[in-house]
Design a protein around this ligand. Sequence first.
Ligand code: UDB
Ligand code: ZN
Length: 180
Amino acid sequence: MLTMKDVVREGDPVLRKIAEEVQLPASDEDRQTLQAMLDFVINSQDPELAEKFELRPGVGIAAPQIGISKRMFAVHVTDEQDQLYSLGIFNPKIVSHSVEETHLEGGEGCLSVDRDIPGNVPRYSRITVKGTTLEGEEVTLRLRGLVSIVFQHELDHLNGIMFYDRIEAFKDKLKKELPQ
Ligand code: UDB
Ligand code: ZN
């Protein structure tokens, strides 16, 4: 079982790498890893298990966050229409997106970041994602709202991008701190 001990934190170079495509059909090992990631997010939302194992209630986790630089992530999140998205996905790809942008009111956090970083994180309002599920099914998902934001946050992890890289005010601060 995965716990917070398995979650790598910012500063670990694996979070800044471009993750490798998963060879399909997925090996037993890759499927077991992705299933364990899905179990982790499900367990983390169970109040009793979360307390017992000191899990932060997570909505998604990407393989680089457990030190595995492969293109796969798991999500367990309910959308604004009460529809549950609980899946593991291999080689996800945004095939189209809206021009319109959105952001989570109150900003974003990350299981790999142990501090609060305020600011709006711009995201596409709507995305279409293609990938292969844990069950080996090729899927096309049309997403909006919170679920679409979670997918974009996890996809960013596969490309070495942290949520605060997208905060405008944070970029300006970093620039100022750089030596001239
Ligand atoms: C999370 N959870 O799991 F808007 F019902 C975060 C943590 C870091 C705070 C645990 C979260 O945002 N929950 C949430 C948000 C809502 C409504 C709701 C629950 N992640 C996952 C992560 O770090 N994956 O790499 C961070 C989220 C920030 C935006 C999307 C993912
Ligand atoms: Zn994250």
